[in-house]
Design a binder for this molecule. Structure first.
Ligand code: ZN
Length: 248
């Protein structure tokens, strides 16, 4: 089974389309999405429609915030969430709007298969917990997280791709030339972000998983198009467009 795992699209349609084009060439059997389909970006409806065709999707904190009351977001993120909610609820066809809202409301927090877990944040708190590269120095946190997984856990949320190993190391993709063979009994794999990378590389990131191999792929897209859309929408902070160029 060859699976493409994507995460954190954040309403960035140009990035998602570029990644889907790359996935087409990879002969995968299916696509799993780790959430945050919407929030921040200018095309929430279009991104939702594309993700609704995928085989599996779990819920992210922005997806949750768009259909429930947002909690714990920065001022700019919260404004973007309210704008996003309007976009999802407003549609020429009320049936389309209903379909998208239903989809968001029914997303599971965890998807699990053959002892492998798929979440947005972490296994301990699937919607909201961040597992940052620096958390390798937080021994207790790492111990707890590794205790809660049986084998592998694919996650997103930080927009920082890489692999956490049971010896409390974090390996960014360039450290193993983007291809990694999972020999450890356990690992947490952050697949990075399609729509708003934050590891100083502005290209979209996603993963191809064919046990025991994990390949991180970087895909270029036309940032100008997305950023200009953001700059033209008053409720989306210009910072959200600027950061796409920096990849942070
Ligand atoms: Zn996110």
């Amino acid at each position: 089974m060859r699976t493409a795992i994507i995460s954190d699209i954040h309403g960035n349609l140009e990035a998602l389309q570029a990644v889907l084009k790359d996935i087409e060439k990879q002969r995968v059997d299916r696509i799993i999405c780790l959430g945050d389909v919407i929030g921040y970006g200018p095309n929430p409806r279009e991104c939702l429609d594309l993700v609704m065709k995928m085989q599996v999707c779990v819920i992210g904190n922005h997806d949750y915030g768009a259909v429930n009351d947002p909690e714990g977001f920065s001022a700019a993120a919260e404004r973007a969430i309210f704008w996003t909610r309007q976009q999802v609820e407003r549609s020429d066809d009320p049936e389309d709007a209903r379909r998208r809202i239903q989809f968001l409301m029914k997303l599971p927090r965890i998807y699990s298969e053959d002892k492998v877990l798929y979440v947005h944040g972490s296994i301990r708190n699937p919607i909201n917990e961040y597992v940052f590269p620096d958390d390798i120095y937080n021994r207790r946190k790492m111990e707890r997280l590794f205790m809660m997984i049986e084998t592998y856990c694919f996650q997103g949320h930080t927009h920082q791709p890489g692999i956490f190993t049971p010896d409390y190391s974090f390996l960014p993709p360039d450290s193993f030339h983007y291809k990694y063979r999972l020999t450890e009994p356990k690992a947490m794999i952050n697949v990075g972000s399609v729509g708003q990378p934050r590891d100083e590389d502005c290209r979209s990131c996603y993963v191809i998983y064919e046990p025991p191999n994990v390949e991180f792929r970087r895909v270029e897209y036309d940032i100008d198009i997305t950023a200009n859309k953001i700059f033209a929408i008053a409720d989306l902070d210009p910072f959200l467009g600027e950061r796409l160029y920096r990849g942070n």
